[in-house]
Design a protein around this ligand. Structure first.
Ligand code: XBP
Ligand code: MG
Length: 249
C-alpha cells in the first residue's frame, strides 16, 4: 500500500524548539512579575503535559495554593500564554530556531515523489506559522496540505485526536500515511490514530519510553523518503504474490 502523506509533529521534530519555548515562558513570567523560573530539569518534567496553557495550569496545581490566589493565577493563564506566544514567535521569526538535520531533505524528497505533507501539533498556529516561514521561506506554510494544531481539538496529545483531524483533512486512511514524532506523548497519539510512526528523540525526550515506535532514528539526516516508505509498507512477500496469482481461478 503506497504512502501518500507524511504527517509531522512540530516541536522537537521539525525543529528543536523547546529551549526557545522554555525561555519564552520564563520571560513571560518575569514580565508578569511572577516568581517562577522553569529550569531545564523542571521543564523536561513539565513537558509531560502537552499544551502551554495546560502546562502552566499543571504547574499552578503543584504550588499547593488555595482560594483567591489560585483563582487569580488560573484566570491569568490565557494572557500569560498569549504573552509567551508573542515572545516565542518573535524569537523564531528572527531565525532563532533552525530545522533539525535531515528535515528539509525529507520534505523535498517527499514532495518530489508527489507525497503530501501535513502537520499534527499541540502548539499554536501562530508558532507554526512563524517557524515554517522563518525556516522554509514565505511559502513555507503552503507546502503543507493540512496543518492540524493547538486548540483545534479538545483532547491534546497523547490523545489521537489531532492525528485523526490531520488524516481527515488529507482524506486518508492511516495506512496511507506515516507520522514523524519526537516524544512518547506524540508517539501514543500517532499510534492511537493507527499510524506507523518514526520517532527522532532529542534532549527533552531521549529518556522517554519510545520502544513502541516502528522506527527510531537519533536524527532524520540521511533517512531517504523511499527507504522510509519501504519500511512502513514493505512490498508483499514474493511467495504471497505467487500464492495469490496461482489461487486465481
Ligand atoms: C509540543 C507541545 C507544545 C509546546 C509549547 O507540541 O506540547 O505545548 O511545548 O507550545 P508538539 P504552546 O505536539 O508540536 O510536540 O505553548 O503553543 O503549547
Ligand atoms: Mg513534539
Amino acid at each position: 500500500m503506497s504512502i501518500e502523506a507524511l504527517i509531522f509533529d512540530v516541536d522537537g521534530t521539525l525543529a528543536d524548539t523547546e529551549e526557545a519555548h522554555r525561555a519564552a515562558f520564563n520571560e513571560a513570567f518575569r514580565q508578569q512579575r511572577l516568581p517562577w523560573q522553569w529550569s531545564r530539569e523542571d521543564y523536561r518534567e513539565l513537558l509531560a503535559i502537552t499544551g502551554g496553557k495546560e502546562r502552566i495550569a499543571h504547574y499552578i496545581d503543584g504550588l499547593g495554593l488555595r482560594g483567591s490566589e489560585r483563582v487569580w493565577l488560573t484566570e491569568l493563564i490565557p494572557e500569560l500564554h498569549a504573552q509567551k506566544t508573542r515572545l516565542y514567535t518573535a524569537f523564531v521569526a528572527a531565525g532563532g530556531v533552525p530545522l533539525r538535520a535531515g528535515v528539509e531533505a525529507l520534505l523535498d524528497e517527499a514532495e518530489a515523489a508527489s507525497c503530501r505533507l501535513a502537520i499534527a501539533s499541540t502548539t499554536t498556529a501562530a508558532n507554526i506559522d512563524a517557524l515554517l516561514q522563518a525556516t522554509l521561506g514565505p511559502r513555507g506554510l503552503d507546502r503543507f496540505a493540512v496543518i492540524a494544531c493547538g486548540d483545534q481539538v479538545r483532547r491534546k496529545k497523547p490523545a489521537p485526536d489531532i492525528y485523526r483531524l490531520a488524516l481527515a483533512g488529507l482524506g486518508l486512511e492511516p495506512e496511507r500515511a506515516i507520522a514523524v514524532e519526537d516524544s512518547a506523548n506524540g508517539l501514543r497519539a500517532a499510534q492511537g490514530a493507527g499510524l506507523w510512526a518514526v520517532v527522532t528523540p532529542n534532549f527533552w525526550t531521549e529518556g522517554q519510553d519510545l520502544s513502541a515506535a516502528e522506527l527510531r532514528r537519533d536524527s532524520l539526516e540521511g533517512l531517504r523518503f523511499d527507504e522510509l516508505c519501504a519500511l512502513a509498507s514493505p512490498p508483499p512477500a514474493p511467495g504471497l504474490l505467487r500464492g495469490l496469482v496461482e489461487a486465481r481461478p
